[in-house]
Design a protein around this ligand. Structure first.
Ligand code: ATP
Ligand code: MG
Length: 464
């Protein structure tokens, strides 16, 4: 497999440059790991003994027209791009850390030094590209065996590895989630022991890893590990607060953390949309604050949809998640996630469907996916009943949308027209009239058409 991969022209070229410059040169890191796992990867990591930047300059020159070179002086790395090709070059280095920062002191080192500073054994594998090392696998920490056994383990003492750079704790959990690997016991214990060190990592870097967990095939793997290590409480306490079951008079409620992860895994089988997955993760986030035992009803979580929706901007701001469309989308999903369920429990009326379409707009399909994923009961009959009801809701949504086009509702008569017709200045009454027209349409009293809206308006509001 390695020999076949190395036949690609880019690797021949790297080998020639390495020989010409007389610099030991190896493929390393994620690229080698993913090659051995037969996973697709784009960015090619290369380590050389000597200056990675000088090496990259030569490679860019040899690639010729269309190749671009970017040098990151502070890190001593360089990136070369051409078309689909993306290469990262680094000069082999030795690192030493101090306690307050994840930015190490760096000095030149050997290829072995560079393998020692890598985070996991599976990321320290290297393949030689010089003619005397061509195609040979350098594997000082038995990373190949860990790949086969699906194990994540640090090359050196994990306590030092994680304390040096606590981002690695999240990387470990992210790889476990992405690849479906196990974190070796000692390595995991060191994550738990060093969890507080996560505080020196920037929000942006934490988020990059969280999003990779979110987008993995079964994101619950990552979140369960975050919870078990104690990191979840530090990163996303609102989710951590959903854990557990309280008993009262022999009645327990479901564990909302476990339920949330089921919903997340279910939605992950349906969509790769990062924000819909975030909506699934946070859909019940209001439940911890709204939990209440009522003598007649048992455990209740009244208004957890609205309370949860209100929490979303705070969570997004704190975590440096994007505050624009993604935040608004997630907030809307959280706020509306009970609506189709409530709707499907009752007789499904046209006006309720119209209102749902109006509130969800173009996100109605995402909302329906979320609601279907939200049914995690183990009672087969109940699940069947819910899913059937959802089919009715979906059918109704379709016929009503075809008829009334509510999805992207535009007021059939604008505020300006209303002001003109009634000779009004901008005032509250204009809004009231618009609202009355909207309500009449959503309630099915009049069709979503201009003439009908005009007649309705003239009948209900008189010119002074
Ligand atoms: P992916 O590209 O899928 O995110 P990756 O392992 O390739 O995963 P990169 O960030 O591209 O991750 O890093 C490339 C390589 O650099 C890694 O495989 C690893 O060897 C090394 N590396 C990256 N980050 C760290 C770190 N925080 N500590 C030690 N080594 C690291
Ligand atoms: Mg990579």
């Amino acid at each position: 497999m390695i020999q076949q991969e190395l036949n690609k022209p880019i690797f021949r070229l790297l080998g020639e440059v390495a020989d010409q410059m007389q610099m030991p040169c190896f493929l390393i890191g994620g690229y080698v790991r993913d090659l051995l796992l037969e996973r697709q990867t784009k960015d090619i990591d290369v380590v050389v003994k000597g200056s990675g930047v000088l090496f990259a300059e030569q490679v860019a020159k040899r690639l010729g027209k269309g190749a671009s070179l970017a040098v990151f002086k502070t890190f001593g790395t360089a990136q070369v791009k051409k078309g689909d090709l993306e290469l990262e070059f680094v000069g082999a280095r030795k690192e030493s850390y101090n306690l307050n920062s994840r930015n190490p002191q760096v000095e030149e080192g050997t290829i072995e030094d560079d393998q020692n500073r890598r985070d996991f054994t599976i990321n320290a594998l290297a393949i030689g590209l010089n003619s005397e090392t061509w195609g040979t696998l350098s594997d000082p920490f038995d990373g190949r065996r860990d790949l086969e056994n699906k194990v994540i383990r640090t090359p050196l003492d994990p306590n030092i590895t994680f304390s040096d750079d606590p981002l690695r704790m999240l990387r470990a959990i992210r790889f476990a989630s992405q690849l479906g690997f196990f974190i070796e016991t000692k390595t995991f214990a060191a994550i738990t022991a060093n969890k507080e060190r996560i505080n020196i990592i920037t929000k942006e870097r934490i988020l990059t890893e969280l999003n990779k967990i979110m987008l993995s095939p079964k994101p619950s793997i990552g979140f369960l590990l975050l919870e078990k290590s104690g990191l979840l409480e530090l990163i996303l306490p609102e989710l951590n607060a959903l854990k557990g079951i309280e008993q009262k008079n022999g009645f327990g409620h479901k564990d909302n953390f476990v339920h949330t992860l089921k919903v997340l895994d279910k939605i992950a089988t349906q969509t790769d949309d990062l924000w819909l997955r975030w909506a699934a993760l946070l859909h019940d986030v209001g439940k911890a604050r709204t939990k209440q035992w009522l003598d007649k009803q048992g455990w209740t979580f009244r208004n957890h949809d609205f309370v949860g929706a209100k929490m979303i901007p705070h969570i997004f701001r704190r975590m440096k998640l994007p505050m624009g469309e993604p935040m608004k989308f997630v907030r809307k999903m959280v706020e509306l996630h009970m609506r189709p369920i409530v709707l499907s429990e009752d007789v499904v009326t046209d006006s309720a469907v119209r209102r749902l379409l109006f509130d969800a707009g173009n996100d109605i399909d995402s909302l329906m996916l979320l609601c279907e994923a939200d049914i995690t009961s183990s009672n087969k009959e109940k699940v069947e009943r819910f899913l059937n009801n959802f089919q009715t809701v979906r059918q109704k949504l379709k016929t009503i949308e075809e008829k009334d086009r509510i999805r992207n509702f535009q007021p059939p008569i604008s505020g300006e027209e209303i002001m003109q017709i009634f000779s009004l200045p901008p005032c509250a009454l204009v809004g009231e009239i618009k609202m009355a027209i909207k309500d009449a349409i959503l309630d099915g009293k009049i069709p979503n058409e201009r003439d009908a809206a005009y007649d309705f308006m003239m009948q209900n509001f008189k010119k002074e």
